[in-house]
Structure formats: structure tokens, C-alpha cells
Design a protein around this ligand. Structure first.
Ligand code: FES
Ligand code: FES
Length: 188
């Protein structure tokens, strides 16, 4: 028989009361109970960073955190990164503009690690960017573009919704697909 425990957690600003299996990870609960599929299920051993979320301001691999450990915490997932009006945040816009997204699988985790980095260091050095994103692997090897996106935000080059020249120059379909990936993660 599975033990079920009650937890209260704030996810992307919304308080949630949940009954979770004692052995389920935070990643299980986000994806299966809350239908927040931005955090990705990949290695499940803390190696790839695809499942990265932010708990109380710290990035964690949600595949390594039991859901019950998040009781009382504030959790931020990629679905909570956009501006209140639904437009992409400057960081999300920068990922689009710099072409930092190929398959998109790693992007939710990359965005959250970059977000946490910029919260801690508004103007990170190249070394701090590399270190801050070291736990997030990209099988498409978009590292240069991802670093450029973080640098652009740190430099104040990305301040608003994503209708920049580079963004507008892309095909409407491609831009929409990229924007959805960045806003919600792939539906995987
Ligand atoms: S799925 Fe969690 S670190 Fe890879
Ligand atoms: S964009 Fe494909 S894994 Fe990073």
C-alpha cells in the first residue's frame, strides 16, 4: 500500500494543497498531478538538469527532491517565468532572439538556472555564467547562444516583449513554436 501525505506548496505563485505519494518526486507531482510538463524527465539521477526548478530561490533537480520535501515551499517552474501579462520575460525573449533553442528539451532548465543566476548576479562574468549553467546539459550544443542570451539580459539589451528585429525576422510559425517552447516547455 502506498503512503499518501498532504502537502501545501506554492507553485508559480498559486497555493496548492496536494495529496502525494511518499515516494513520488517533485518532478512526478509537477508533471503528473499538476500537468506542468515544462520540467523534463530525462536522466532522473541529477546529471542533466532537464528537470531544474527553483525552490525558495535555489535551483534544484526536481528528480532528486521528494514531493514531501517541498511542503511549505515556493516552487517556480518555466510556466511561471513569463511576465504577469503573459508576454515573455526579457530572459525568455533573449533566448528567442539569440537562437538559443533547437530541440528545446533542455531549455526550461536552462532558463530557470539562468533566472536564478541573474537574481544572484545581475551582471555575471563569463565565468559566472558558465558556472551557473554548468548543471544543465544541452544535447544540441546551444551553449554559445545560451550564454549570449544571458549576457544580453545582463547588459540590459533585452527589456521587453520579444518583438525585436531578430525575432520578427523569423518565420511566424517558427517564432510561435519557439515562443511556446520557451514559455511552457515542450509538451513531453
Ligand atoms: S532528469 Fe533530473 S537531472 Fe536529469
Ligand atoms: S536545445 Fe536541444 S537539448 Fe538543448
Amino acid at each position: 500500500m502506498t503512503d499518501t501525505l498532504s502537502i501545501e506548496v506554492t507553485v508559480n505563485g498559486a497555493p496548492r494543497a496536494l495529496a502525494v505519494a511518499s515516494h513520488h518526486t517533485l518532478l512526478d507531482v509537477l508533471r503528473d498531478d499538476l500537468a506542468l510538463t515544462g520540467a523534463k524527465e530525462c536522466c532522473l539521477v541529477g546529471e542533466c538538469g532537464a528537470c531544474t526548478v527553483i525552490i525558495d530561490g535555489r535551483t534544484v533537480d526536481s528528480c532528486l527532491v521528494l514531493a514531501v520535501e517541498a511542503d511549505g515551499a515556493e516552487v517556480l517552474t518555466v510556466e511561471g517565468l513569463a511576465n504577469a501579462d503573459g508576454t515573455l520575460s526579457p530572459l525568455q525573449a533573449a533566448f528567442l532572439d539569440k537562437g538559443a533553442v533547437q530541440c528545446g528539451f533542455c531549455i526550461p532548465g536552462q532558463l530557470l538556472s539562468a533566472h536564478a543566476l541573474l537574481e544572484e548576479h545581475a551582471h555575471p562574468t563569463q565565468g559566472e555564467i558558465e558556472e551557473g549553467l554548468a548543471g544543465n546539459l544541452c544535447r544540441c550544443a546551444c551553449y554559445v547562444q545560451i550564454f549570449e542570451a544571458v549576457e544580453a539580459v545582463a547588459a540590459g539589451d533585452e527589456t521587453g516583449p520579444p518583438e525585436t528585429a531578430a525575432h520578427a525576422a523569423r518565420s511566424a510559425g517558427g517564432a510561435q513554436a519557439g515562443a511556446r517552447t520557451i514559455a511552457e516547455g515542450l509538451d513531453q
